[in-house]
Design a protein around this ligand. Sequence first.
Ligand code: SAH
Ligand code: SF4
Length: 404
Amino acid sequence: VNTPNAITSNPDPHPPAPRPSPPAPQARPDIQGSTQSEVDALLRSWNQPGYRATQVLEWVHRQLAPNWETMTNLPRALRTQLDQQYHLRPLELVQRQGASDTTQKFLWRLHDRHLIESVLIPANPALYGQPSDRHTLCVSTQVGCAYGCAFCASGLDGWKRNLDAAEIVGQVLAAERLLRSQPVEAASSLALEPPGPAPRGASSRFIHNLVIMGMGEPLANYEQLLRALRILNAPWGGTIGARKITISTSGLVPQIQRLADEPEQFGLAISLHGATDDVRSRIMPVNRKYPIAELTEACELYQRKKGRMLTFEYILIAGINDHPSHAVPLGRLARRLHAKINLIPYNHVEGLSWERPTEAVQEQFLHALESQRVTATLRREKGHDIDAACGQLRLRSERDTPRV
Ligand code: SAH
Ligand code: SF4
């Protein structure tokens, strides 16, 4: 039986409670995590004209300026003053990996030397009918994770700290900056596409969709997550529509309820991976705190308030949750919640004994769902060859350190 120690050696009926996130002491915040009204209030207090905040934020979010020096249309004295007030610390690229199908993974170093990762997924025009310069970026929200799902690399070494909004926004800015400086690589990602109509100006973007599915549990870092998403959504910031942003959670019920009350229509994906408490609690300790009945109610609330379709993420793990009989309660739940199901073949994690099922088993599971008339897709893992499942690249790098 394919049962790793991680399950049996943890008799604790409750998931590890992540410590509440104290706001990082920020005498000098990073401008990437600042809002227009904050910047505007500060500049006005320095008797700067009203258009200055727009100008500064354009440099940060449109021109992707890497430092204050490059903001040449600002008076030098103001640049010095801004430099004293705000950090502008772009994430430092440690490693860039590209899969054969052009999914790319970025490993970033934070100012305190922790490592995080983002994954860039090009749109597949055959699937979505989108032009080739549309990308989805998968971003991280924490260093490590406290939730300890038994199959996941992100939680293996525990939780280190929350990211602040600047570090979440910074992943998008840094990825855009890279893509802009190397457009040939990005453009060649889908060589069969006809050439795009418009030349790429300073304000055009590669990243049009976000999935908050990188390292960490986003809803355990609620305040900084929401601050970051509002900056990425703002017309003066990232201009990414709320409906193009999907938050993935392991199922933190109170935070799902809270998110339902926010004005934005963010998409919600639930990492389900088991449709009965028995299966789910075996692999996800969080289910012992928020079992499926409570999670279902929170999902219904979200749906009622947002009118948006939910997604269930369901990793197929050999011998754990991949039998056609497991598809029956899953289909039932999906029908009840009008959720679509993303089946994801498990990505092997070094040091864990879980395996992905054969393709025949994957297909069989998909058919078992389809015969219940629910919408399901089977994802051929795009990043399989680059450790693309969350936390894997970082885990390896941290264990192989030093790496410069
Ligand atoms: N903490 C959040 C978001 C980050 S995890 C959550 O759990 O939803 C993002 C997704 O990657 C989750 O669905 C998670 O279960 C999945 N995942 C984790 N490890 C994986 C692996 N080895 N192979 C495939 N998917 C994995
Ligand atoms: Fe954390 Fe999500 Fe990994 Fe679970 S799957 S350990 S919640 S990152």
